[in-house]
Design a binder for this molecule. Structure first.
Ligand SMILES: [Zn+2]
Length: 237
């Protein structure tokens, strides 16, 4: 039986979306020899590709994997291109104002807090989130202030229980830093999924596909992704 008075310092609960950042995050903690518990939230994304990718990545690392069904939430969150079929996923540079259409209100706070519960239950010493510096200017719940507030919330909301440290090791990194780190650690990046459009292949032109293409290019690495359009370029705003 586990000692209930303390956490296991080498168990990490990783919020795994199935994208490049969280796939590299799995590789990061696997390289540090952590026991991995992956948590994926199905919040009613327009497509299931990223959930399939999360399953493939969790299985690659032989991690315990929990897919939490919250798809009812998606129908409440109308107005975001990620959950509502009638809102078009914009093409272009990810820093464009138009990418605000991809904001799901409070998404990371919801995902993180589901993972907090799993971490507390499993006495995990670490709760790991994959946000990076490139997310900051669009998504408020990817900024350092959010991370700080979440750490405070975890302590207050679970007072009396052993609580995990909240970590986001890539929070000051660029997307190309993450690509380079993932390649170095031999993360299964080809299995990860970024596209917001949800076709059979990555479209190459939506904000997240473009960001992915740019990350590999800036890192000087071969991009393992199969894109429908790998040539259209967008200028930064
Ligand atoms: Zn795309």
């Amino acid at each position: 039986m586990k000692d209930n008075s303390s956490v296991d310092p080498f168990t990490a609960v990783v919020v795994l979306s199935g994208g490049m950042d969280s796939t590299t995050l799995m590789a990061h903690y696997a390289a540090l020899r952590y026991q991995l518990i992956a948590v994926t939230v199905d919040y009613g994304q327009r497509h299931s590709k990223e959930i399939e990718s999360a399953r493939a990545v969790a299985s690659f690392y032989d991690a315990q994997h929990h897919v939490v069904e919250l798809s009812g939430l998606g129908s409440l969150l109308t107005g975001s291109a990620l959950t509502n079929d009638s809102v078009q996923v914009p093409d272009g540079h990810y820093a464009e104002q138009s990418m605000r259409a991809t904001v799901v209100p409070n998404r990371n706070a919801i995902l993180a807090n589901v993972a907090v519960s799993v971490a507390v239950t499993h006495r995990a010493g670490t709760l790991a989130l994959g946000m990076h510096a490139g997310d900051h200017f669009i998504y408020p719940d990817c900024r350092p202030a959010f991370l700080q507030a979440l750490g405070d919330l975890v302590a207050v909301a679970n007072e009396g229980f052993p609580t995990p440290k909240v970590e986001a090791p890539f929070i000051t990194w660029s997307k190309s830093d993450i690509a380079a780190h993932g390649v170095l650690l031999e993360a299964p990046l080809a299995d990860s999924w970024s596209c917001y459009k949800g076709g059979e292949r990555h479209c190459g032109t939506c904000g997240t596909c473009y960001e992915r293409r740019e990350a590999f290019r800036e890192a000087g690495l071969t991009d393992p992704t199969d894109y429908l359009d790998a040539t259209t370029e967008f200028a930064a705003p």
